[in-house]
Design a protein around this ligand. Structure first.
Ligand code: ANZ
Length: 835
């Protein structure tokens, strides 16, 4: 049956969007494209089953649906596999693509096969290079020296989110270290405010969890930069604080040990012991990850730099420490420590015996009258809460104390007053900071997009002219792909050494390749004209199709991929290439397929192989199981679902169609009205349910409908009833969303030419949607006071509630006491009262 229908679909191309004069309204439904890591697995099976329901649904609703597929085919696994087996990464990649493509076709995903793209094809990555040059021209692509996360096993740079909370690499499991390298960055921080503010537009159409993950990742914080004079140094140290209201409580300062500032302060301390201790500490710090460093309950470590700063508000002398809980690349890389009101500062102060000074009275309400502080300055309630003794910082709201002219102010007022005062003194200003860092795109690996930059003999950057793109990867012959800290492309001497497009002088190519997240940041636009070699995308096609109406994919991409695609879209908008600022109007995240509540993996031995499942149950049953398992966002535990049950249902559905056509003759009588009502109720409800992604409910309703058909066939008016045929046709069309092979079989059995996918969703007959009703009589003390139209199935409680809710009844009962209510659902309610 599979081969037969695959051939039909290949011939009919029901999912192609090629038609130029297609007048139908359009929808762009996009599934996140796969990485070609071996054959399809259960995760793919879930994602592509669910995305396909949506694409097929909009087609039935009369839309011209663009539902493309391609492969995110650059990246490390191909390169590592190639090293292991001594083959070209191309071979591994394109073999896997061929296999996945074949499996995807058999899985009956309704893709437009004419638009397939692979990011590792020069015809694709040429446009990555073009994109890079557009960012470069705008100053949004730049090189800098910086500390990067370094995976010592894979010998490559890692993005922050590829470093797991325990400080190991998501890729290799090795302990990640910090290393200083010159790298290319995309200036995503220039878009931080817009990336944050535009999330408001997505509220309601993106999962709220993803929106809040994006917000946290960008992490906007507001506060002030404050300058502190340093003894024996001309320049001041600037710190960033979100709590300028606690300025009087600063008792020491901390600088990031891996900052230039720390090195300079220590060098100037002129104390060999201090310098030795610092050097030792710095080495230790460079071996820990950022996440480790920020953990609140981690033991505090640090060294004194031998230097002092002066608190500008009260002249207090503040020792300057270097400690790893302060990061070099956030804010100013230096902080004023306020141990009384910041837990990390308090832990540090207690560990190193530094003073604690309370400046916020958290026992005082922030609204209402201010309590008068006694002459002797004692605050008994506060004394019990002394952070130096309890170990708990006072982080709550309150009013300022021990803060000179600012005493008595609440936090909000104090922040604005102190910022204003700092401004008048010329030693501080309001400031904003983001957790978001610029996007590091350089990778020291072979299997990626070469960066289109040349260097002259003095190391000056020369962008490759656009008409010389693509810079194709050199062949792997003679190259050592093994990781060694510099890109393998460096070994391709003939490729690296070339001539300047400006004056023909000798130049060298950049040997790094781009992060593959660059490839996926704009691929949704390339699907619109995947083989156009004159431009990245055609503005007319963009106008027609983009942005994506519905994006479907795993929550694993909730942060980076989506953030990068949003960023690049905004850049393209600013450059005038697109006229929208958000790439994905709606997002559906499917859950994961698990086993026994745990993620499946080879090492746990709980791996369910998709191919085995398909061999036993077939494509249709597996797809139906995925849709029926529960809300799409929830994880599916394979132990809790029943592909065997799905298979049985498919058999039942098909037999219904067979019974209809094997019936001797169609009796064109009115039909089983109850079955017709159920069919039309289904037609009316299913669209709303699908648009709310309640696929499991639709499947359940379809199963009920098949049961009802079976009942009419076996013990009702029989298979020749027109209501039976009508219901069977509706089931066939609906089943096409989930189980395309069985649906086609049913459709053919019912006597129609293919394909069921080309049908339209039928309009329900409104007269069949009105529920039958009966008139209930409502009496008060035996007199009829009202009548009510109710469902014949209404129960006593509901009927009584409805009756007592009627104005006429309320009026008639008045303020008399109800002593007894007799209900005979659905026809009568009698309320007895007593004055
Ligand atoms: C004094 C203070 C008092 C602070 C207080 C907090 C509470 P967010 O919200 O994340 O922006 N900080 C500043 N730069 C830092 C760095 N490079 N590494 C580690 N910590 C840094 O947090 C800003 C607060 O984190 C700043 O406000 C600073 O501590 C600290 F009761 O300054 B605060």
């Amino acid at each position: 049956m599979q081969e037969k229908w695959l051939k039909v679909w290949d011939d009919l191309k029901p999912f192609s969007t090629a038609g130029k004069d297609d007048k139908r309204p359009r929808k762009y439904v996009l599934d996140m494209f796969p990485y070609p890591s071996g054959d399809l697995h259960m995760g793919h099976a879930e994602a592509y089953a669910l995305g396909d329901v949506i694409a097929r649904y909009w087609r039935l609703q009369g839309f011209n649906v663009l539902h493309p597929i391609g492969w995110d085919s650059f990246g490390l696994p191909a390169e590592n596999a190639a090293i292991k087996r001594g083959v070209d990464p191309r071979e591994w990649t394109y073999d896997n693509i061929a296999q996945q493509r074949d499996s995807m076709r058999r899985y009956a995903a309704s893709f437009d096969w004419d638009r397939v793209l692979h990011t590792s094809d020069p015809e694709y990555y040429k446009w990555n290079q073009w994109l890079f040059l557009q960012l470069y021209k705008k100053g949004l692509a730049y090189r800098k020296d910086s500390w990067v996360n370094w995976d010592p096993v894979d010998q490559t740079v890692l993005a922050n989110e590829q470093v797991l909370p325990d400080g190991t690499s998501e890729r290799s499991g090795a302990l990640v270290v910090k290393k200083k390298l010159t790298q290319w960055y995309f200036r995503i921080t220039a878009y931080a405010d817009r990336l944050l503010d535009d999330l408001n537009q997505l509220e309601g159409s993106w999962p709220s969890k993803v929106i809040s993950m994006q917000r946290n990742w960008i992490g906007r914080s507001t506060g002030a930069d404050v300058d502190f004079a340093v003894e024996g140094r001309d320049e001041k140290i600037t710190v960033y604080t979100t709590r300028p209201d606690t300025l009087f409580g600063a008792t020491f300062m901390v600088v990031a040990p891996d900052s230039d500032l720390a090195a300079e302060l220590v060098a100037g301390a002129d104390d060999a012991e201090v310098q030795a201790a610092f050097a030792k500490y710095l080495t230790r710090v460079q071996q820990s990850s950022e996440i480790e460093r920020l953990t609140v309950d981690r033991e505090k470590t640090g060294v004194f730099t031998g230097r002092y700063a002066i608190n500008p508000v009260n002249g207090a002398r503040l020792p300057i420490w270097a400690a790893d809980y302060v990061l070099s690349d956030y804010g100013q890389g230096a902080i004023m420590a306020v141990p009384a009101h910041d837990q990390r500062d308090l832990d540090f102060a207690r560990a190193f015996d530094l003073p604690v000074r309370v400046v916020i009275d958290t026992t005082q309400p922030v609204t209402g009258a201010i309590r008068i502080i006694p002459e002797d300055g004692t605050l008994p309630e506060l004394d019990d809460m002394n952070p130096a003794i309890t170990g708990n910082a006072l982080t709550g709201e309150g009013r300022l104390i021990n803060s000179g002219a600012f005493d008595g102010l609440s936090k909000v007022n104090a922040i604005s007053k102190i910022i204003a005062w700092l401004g008048e003194q010329g030693i501080g200003r309001a400031a904003k900071n983001y957790r978001l860092r610029d996007w590091l795109i350089s990778r020291q690996r072979y299997w990626g997009t070469p960066i289109p930059i040349l260097y002259d003999e003095d190391g000056n950057e020369i962008p490759v002219p656009e008409d010389q793109l693509p810079i194709e990867l050199p062949p792997t012959e003679g190259l050592d792909l093994k990781p060694k800290g510099t890109s393998p492309l460096g070994g391709a001497t003939d490729w690296v050494n070339t001539i300047s497009p400006i004056d023909g002088s000798p130049v060298r190519r950049d040997t790094d390749t781009m992060d593959t997240f660059v490839d996926s940041s704009w691929y949704f636009l390339r699907f619109l004209n995947p083989h156009d070699d004159t431009r990245a995308f055609d503005p007319r096609e963009v106008d027609k199709w983009a942005p994506v109406d519905q994006y479907v994919g795993g929550v694993t991409h909730a942060i980076l991929h989506l953030l990068y695609a949003r960023f690049i879209t905004k850049v393209l908008f600013d450059l005038g290439f697109v006229n929208f600022t958000e790439p994905f109007s709606a997002l559906l995240n499917q859950g994961m397929v698990q086993m026994d509540g745990a993620a499946m993996s080879k090492s746990k031995g709980n791996l369910i192989r998709l191919s085995d499942q398909l061999d036993v149950f077939g494509v249709d049953a597996i797809r139906l199981t995925m849709a029926f398992a529960g809300p799409p966002e929830d994880d599916i535990d394979w132990k809790d679902v029943s592909p065997a049950g799905s298979l049985k249902f498919l058999g039942r559905a098909l037999r219904v169609a067979q019974d209809v056509t094997s019936a001797p003759e169609v009796l064109w009588k009115n039909g089983d009205i109850a079955l017709r009502r159920q069919t039309h109720r289904f037609l009316a409800d299913a669209p709303g349910l699908i648009e709310a992604f309640k696929f499991n409910v639709v499947v359940a309703r379809m199963m009920e409908l098949v049961n009802a058909i079976r009942k009419t066939i076996d013990s009702g008016s029989g298979p020749a009833d027109a209501a039976v045929r009508e219901a069977a046709e509706v089931v066939a069309v609906a089943l096409g969303l989930f189980s395309p092979y069985t649906a086609e079989e049913m459709w053919e059995t019912l006597g129609y030419p293919p394909s069921v996918a080309l049908q339209s969703w039928r309009k329900p007959d409104p007269t069949l949607l009105v529920e039958e009703s009966v008139t209930a009589v409502i009496q008060v003390d035996g007199k009829v006071r009202a009548r009510l139209e109710v469902s014949p199935k209404i129960d006593a409680d509901e009927l009584e509630e409805k009756a007592r809710d009627l104005d006429a009844i309320k009026r008639s009962v008045g303020d008399r006491q109800v002593v007894n209510v007799i209900v005979r659902a659905p026809r009568l309610v009698n309320i007895a009262t007593k004055p």
